[in-house]
Ligand binder design. Sequence first.
Ligand SMILES: Nc1nc2c(ncn2[C@@H]2O[C@H](COP(=O)(O)OP(=O)(O)OP(=O)(O)O)[C@@H](O)[C@H]2O)c(=O)[nH]1
Ligand SMILES: [Mg+2]
Length: 339
Amino acid sequence: MIVAANKLDARHMKSANHYALRLGEVVEMSAMGGLGVAELTEKIEDVLPPLEEDEDTGENIKIALVGRPNVGKSQLTNTILGYERSIVSPVPGTTRDAIDTYLSWNETPLMLIDTAGMRRKSRVKKDETSVEYHMVLRSLRAIDRADVIILLIEAGGVTDQDTKIAGYAHEAGKPLLIAVNKWDLIEKPTTLEKRTPAQKDFEANLKNYLPFVSYAPVHFLSGLNNWGVEELVDDAIAIKPNAELRITTGQLNDIIRRAVAEHPIPSVKGRPVKLRYATQFGVNPPSIAVFVNQPELLHFSYVRRLENVIRAKFPFRGVPLKIEVRKSNPRDEKWEKHD
Ligand SMILES: Nc1nc2c(ncn2[C@@H]2O[C@H](COP(=O)(O)OP(=O)(O)OP(=O)(O)O)[C@@H](O)[C@H]2O)c(=O)[nH]1
Ligand SMILES: [Mg+2]
């Protein structure tokens, strides 16, 4: 404890009876005028332990751990770090702010972001003075700051709130992993590479509840028992570059042409839907424009099919793909020339 006597706005002012507190030396200061603030910071530095963390190399892969309260984000953080960085407790809402920690993982520099658990928005007052309002905001900002997102879900089951958070993660367009935590409560750790029947069931359930993030690899783990944690972190590092992958227009059109030949696009009310060509126009997330004579007639399920075809061919594992259907220029007959 450091005692600071505030509002001593001029040098000649003295703290009167703070010593009577018998709490040791008193730092005389003025927060408003800035007097004595340097002394206070020095005192704080003196009592703090030296930083144990690895530093920010500027190249750290930023991994955010998100999920509802009590799912085990802080425990997982500590297990990954190998020391007690975050407070772990059975009380939901323990972590109040995003905590960044730098570390080196088998020589890969990482930054781990432990976040505050996100409760249902309807239960969080939309009041800027409420602590929880800011907790949620900071967790959402952690998603925006991250390179890779790990969504933690309790082994007990998927809830509406998980769907909500998964939605945020998906919207952010970042590489995403789903970590089913506390699996020790369901089964004893297994050394088998293969999924157990219970895990297969859970995964099928996940695909039902969270179909829009079906690209996210699913890991089963116990943060508490350090089971499956190493694989999870390795995978987070592995999928990161996939968000920056670029495929050439030639390669892309090659496989799309073949896909269209195999499964022609159904005409709508006698109007033929023609896919002219496709091109990748962005990364992070990888974004592909598909040019079609009548964009409004290309069915959503066909776009899904194209996505699957692209995923089967290129290593976009763990990253969302943005596919935009655009109207082709009538003069652009690129494909027809070959037909
Ligand atoms: N059985 C089991 N319990 C776990 C595991 N991981 C965490 N827990 C327990 O779950 C409770 C919550 O863990 P925390 O790490 O504090 O959860 P959190 O997600 O950080 O929670 P908030 O900060 O409140 O959002 C604690 O009682 C942990 O001991 C696990 O892998 N298995
Ligand atoms: Mg926590």
